[in-house]
Design a protein around this ligand. Structure first.
Ligand code: TRP
Length: 451
């Protein structure tokens, strides 16, 4: 058998995992969720939930992956030989596919907007005009299809080059670039008149705005943002070297994830306030509100280009991790070469991604119960597949894996994090499964915490 690949250096691991976690979730989703949930108050809750719930799950996924040294499907049956745990792996692979299907569509939009920014610019466009332009584009077929497929091909290119020469290498270039762009954009936003108001919306917690629904939103966001619940981090964990300190990697990645989310709030909200737009514009924030603002800003032409390029970088490094879940499964379980496996995934994804694109347009068939396939992929993965997957994964880590095996793997045979292990293990065994179960029951409507 071929020697299994691994990430080469600490920087390589952090860049690769960081590339997965920092994505559309941070730049497109986080600002509008924070905007709709009261800004600063949400961020505080989000911070606590990320550290107490998401990071332990991240570490559990790493541990399962590194222990088994295999793809997300095989990992479960390698650790626990009996029972039906392999299904958790299949669920993960299916979830990765569902997320990729709509993710590649939004990523395609970032490419369209990058080209619009380059060749047309948004000078003096009004919100109404931008809204029309956006609906016309999204509701069309040819252009969104071309961009989605272009995006998928770029992902295949990176995946085909392998773990070290593809995933690690490109992340090592893209992630620092992304950080630099982000900081430049944030500095620019801070110099806008009215920036203060935007900042205080973002950073001053107004506790009257914290409701049970805030907690649920924050939990869902942290799951998505840290790439949890489907084995992406099991797959990447399987490429982490045995003597690597996973606590450090997990900590650095979580801090980057939160910082980039907040930075993207710093890019967006001062601009939103400075141009007198409501911070609660929802999913349109990035694709309608921001172009309008860029069109009025001095230097907006260049800022817009940087912004949409950044969005594209964030998206490509994330989809690569989803792609890898399926690719690793096909190469290891079906004996395909990496290139061939990646091509199969791309073909299948082109079909489902295209169906998502077309389901947005008017008159076409891919609608179920009045909602587009695109919406369904987003909703089903976020409300059912990821929570169930996450619950099963922590349950596996806390109750199915032997404690010694789990501890030895996570702490690299007792070298790191011995002191916080007991606390972490309690969270994994008791607190986290209960919290996720409550969230899940609420979401499918069996329990009504939130009206
Ligand atoms: N974390 C990415 C984002 O914030 C999305 C993502 C990549 C993801 N891989 C994942 C989400 C695996 C869930 C599971 O955009």
């Amino acid at each position: 058998m071929e020697k299994r690949s691994s990430f080469g250096s600490r920087f390589g691991v952090v860049a690769a995992v960081g590339g997965s976690v920092v994505g559309l979730g941070n730049i497109w989703r986080f600002p509008y969720i924070a905007g709709e949930n009261g800004g600063g108050a949400f961020i505080l809750v989000y911070f606590i939930i990320s550290l107490a719930i998401a990071v332990p799950i991240l570490l559990s996924e790493f541990t399962i992956g590194r222990r088994a040294r295999s793809n997300a499907r095989r990992a479960f049956t390698k650790i626990r030989k009996y029972g039906k745990w392999g299904w958790v792996g299949y669920l993960g692979i299916a979830t990765a596919f569902v997320i990729m299907s709509f993710y590649s569509v939004i990523a395609g939009w970032s490419l369209e907007f990058l080209f619009s920014a380059l060749f047309e610019g948004f000078t003096n466009i009004t919100s109404a005009e931008m809204g029309d332009k956006f609906s016309l584009f999204v509701g069309g077929a040819v252009r969104p299809l071309i961009w989605t497929i272009t995006f998928i091909l770029l992902a295949v290119f990176i995946i085909s080059a392998g773990v070290e020469k593809g995933i690690e290498r490109y992340n090592k270039i893209f992630m620092p670039l992304l950080l630099v762009l982000m900081i430049m954009l944030a500095v620019n936003s801070l110099t806008l008149p009215g920036a203060k108001e935007g900042l205080s919306f973002l950073l001053k917690p107004d506790f009257s705005k914290i409701h049970p629904s805030t907690l649920l939103q924050a939990l869902g966001q942290s799951f998505f943002s840290l790439s949890l619940g489907l084995g992406a981090m099991i797959t990447y964990g399987s490429y982490i070297k045995a003597d690597e300190n996973m606590f450090k990697v997990g900590g650095m990645v979580a801090i980057s994830d939160i910082s980039i989310a907040i930075l993207s709030g710093i890019v967006i909200f001062p601009a939103v306030f400075s141009y007198g737009i409501s911070p609660t514009s929802g999913p349109d924030l990035v694709f309608i509100t921001m172009p309008v603002i860029f069109g009025q800003m001095t230097g907006g032409y260049f800022i817009a280009i940087l912004f949409f390029f950044l969005l594209f970088l964030a998206a490509i490094t994330s989809i690569v991790s989803l792609f890898e879940v399926v690719t690793a499964y096909l190469t290891e379980e079906k004996n395909l070469s990496r290139k061939r496996a990646a091509r199969y995934v791309a073909v299948a994804l082109t079909i489902t991604g295209s169906m998502c694109v077309l389901s947005q347009g008017d008159g076409t068939g891919f609608r179920i119960a009045e909602r587009s396939l695109f919406d369904w992929c987003d909703t089903i993965s976020a409300t059912v597949m990821m929570p169930v997957g996450g619950l099963l994964i922590v349950f596996f880590a806390g109750w199915v894996m032997k404690k010694e095996v789990f501890r030895n793997e996570l702490t690299s045979e007792g070298r790191y994090g011995k002191r916080i292990f007991p606390l972490l293990y309690t969270l994994i065994r008791f607190v986290i499964p209960i919290v996720i179960a409550i969230l899940f029951l609420d979401q499918i409507g069996l329990l009504k915490l939130v009206k």
